[in-house]
Design a protein around this ligand. Structure first.
Ligand code: ADP
Length: 190
């Protein structure tokens, strides 16, 4: 199986590149942000809970997120592989994902990390907020909070995969197509 973790701060371009990667490699795309937003739209209990965190720029608690992700992985028993987008975002999530995949006799193949500096992220998120209507992309205070949470809670996930020799950093600034080609070079490298 080809199991990719697509990593990077809010606004790094994970969603854009995921769409291109699933097209090329026929992987199942699991975006925890998208799943939460679908639940919010559907008014489910999970959605109501998630919204109370997302609107403040905080992470949804690990036990909720891990349980939801595990359910989604289990729904796709015959997948060729997965692309995890926006997950894992904490060390506890990374460990839980390792355990889940190892129960299934598989593992993460690599982490591909889109590297973009903070000022560029803030610009991109505010532009996205205008187009998408996402409330968490419209308020500079909430955006700053998400970046702070990323630096404090999510950055350690990089160390987790570095320790396994699976971390690959990719410059996330430039043309979408060039960034995509860099990602593919890492994936296709024997
Ligand atoms: P972005 O990468 O732009 O922040 P996402 O769509 O991935 O956007 O996530 C939106 C929000 O959903 C996050 O700010 C967070 O509140 C919540 N969320 C998404 N993934 C996770 C996760 N793995 N753990 C906890 N919360 C998450």
């Amino acid at each position: 199986m080809l199991n990719l973790v697509l990593f990077g701060p809010p606004g790094a371009g994970k969603g854009t590149q995921s769409a291109k990667l699933i097209d090329k490699y026929h992987l199942v795309h699991l975006s925890t942000g998208d799943i939460f937003r679908a639940n919010i739209k559907g008014g489910t209990e999970l959605g109501v809970l998630a919204k109370s965190y997302i609107d403040k720029g905080q992470l949804v608690p690990d036990e909720v997120t891990i349980g939801m992700l595990a359910d989604e992985v289990n729904k796709s028993a015959d997948a060729k592989g997965f692309i995890f987008d926006g997950f894992p975002r904490t060390s506890a999530q990374a460990q839980a994902l390792d355990n889940l995949l190892s129960e299934k006799g598989t593992a993460i193949s690599m982490m591909l990390a889109l590297e973009v500096e903070e000022e560029e992220l803030k610009k991109r998120l505010l532009i996205r907020g205008k187009d998408s209507g996402r409330p968490d992309d419209q308020d500079p205070t909430i955006i700053q909070n998400r970046i702070n949470v990323y630096n404090a809670e999510t950055m350690p996930v990089k160390t987790f995969y570095e320790g396994q020799g699976k971390y690959h950093g990719i410059n996330g600034i430039g043309e979408i197509e060039d960034i995509f080609n860099s990602l593919c070079e890492h994936i296709d490298r024997p």
